[in-house]
Write a protein that binds this ligand. Structure first.
Ligand SMILES: Nc1ncnc2c1ncn2[C@@H]1O[C@H](COP(=O)(O)OP(=O)(O)OP(=O)(O)O)[C@@H](O)[C@H]1O
Ligand SMILES: [Mg+2]
Length: 290
């Protein structure tokens, strides 16, 4: 495993890259804990009905290990292991609001609704979602999962070849306490993809589970569509492929549920792409365009 960035965060975890995913481990191993001397157990005396009992409980040092496991089960992309709210620099009012919404959601957990971050590429949507999941798992011990939609579709297709049903793969995602669905609206918009997404979101909606989303598509409501009248299913699928509206990409059923499940934040098209800005600043001054 290769350590990423500075490696250790303030809460005492070391972040590492394990293939495509970010991994955390407790900075202080249980074996090095001065309190339990590596046993992982704490002995306490409790008094009940006038009698004293010796009870054995997990030592506080084991909590970091359990929470690191929760973080690792989230399967965040390796590049976002260092994502934090403090490391997010808003360049406009909408990015400042995106930061506030993500931070409020995390610090005020449990929350009845999640959020959708929409905006152009490289504007920190996955960064904020990652910082949220990191906070929930490592600070609060909440079970979370991150999934990128096109990878989910590919995983289900592979599952079909192994004789597994789509429902089997979707089931754990529909039950996890907080799910983040990234790249919402991406894909070919085939009936298989839309049915998969519809099933996942409908299951989470029906069970009142909180879901976070990030997308490159506009959150404008369906009323903003150009007047084109009734479209049959094939024509609607075709129109969705070209559209920049999320409601066209995912359909009215899913969009309607998102409105109830989430707070919407949309970043303007002018929001700078931080990846490009970083690449430019890494170039020698003479090579930068004026
Ligand atoms: N406002 C910001 N402050 C600090 N870092 C940022 C900011 N915006 C983006 N970044 C960094 O830029 C890189 C790209 O950000 P990220 O992957 O979150 O963008 P995105 O909006 O999800 O893009 P895409 O739509 O392509 O998925 C990451 O390394 C992220 O940490
Ligand atoms: Mg992203």
């Amino acid at each position: 495993m290769t350590a990423i960035g500075k490696g250790i965060d303030t809460a005492g975890y070391v972040f590492e890259r394990s293939g495509d995913f970010a991994r955390a481990k407790a900075r202080l191993a249980v074996s090095a804990c001065p309190d339990c001397r590596g046993s992982g157990l704490a002995r306490n005396t409790v008094q009940e009905f006038g009698r004293k009992y010796d009870v054995v409980t997990p030592c506080a040092c084991t909590r970091h290990g359990r929470r690191a496991d929760l973080f690792n089960d989230t399967r965040l992309p390796a590049v976002h292991a260092q994502a934090s709210f403090d490391g997010y620099r808003p360049s406009n009012a909408e990015q400042a609001r995106a930061l506030q919404v993500a931070k409020d959601f995390s610090l005020r957990w449990p929350q009845p609704r999640g959020y959708v971050l929409a905006g152009p590429v490289g504007t920190g949507k996955t960064h904020l979602v990652s910082a949220t999941l990191k906070h929930l798992t490592l600070e609060l011990g909440v079970a979370c999962e991150y999934v990128e939609v096109s990878l989910l579709y590919a995983q289900i297709r592979r599952g079909f070849q192994d004789g597994r049903s789509g429902g089997e793969i979707i089931q754990p995602l529909s039950r996890v306490e907080v799910l983040a669905i990234d790249e919402l609206g991406k894909g070919r918009g085939t009936p298989f993809e839309l049915d998969t997404l519809d099933e996942l979101i409908a299951r989470r909606y029906n069970s009142g589970k909180v879901t976070l989303f990030a997308t490159n598509y506009s959150l404008k409501p369906p009323e903003e569509r150009s007047q084109r009248g009734y479209l049959d299913t094939a024509a609607a699928l075709e129109a969705g492929k070209e559209s920049k509206l999320l409601s066209d990409r995912v359909g009215d059923r899913i969009y309607s549920r998102l409105c109830e499940m989430c707070e919407f934040v949309e970043l303007p098209a002018s929001t700078p792409d931080a990846r490009r800005a970083r690449a430019v600043s890494a170039q020698p001054p003479a090579m930068r365009r004026a």
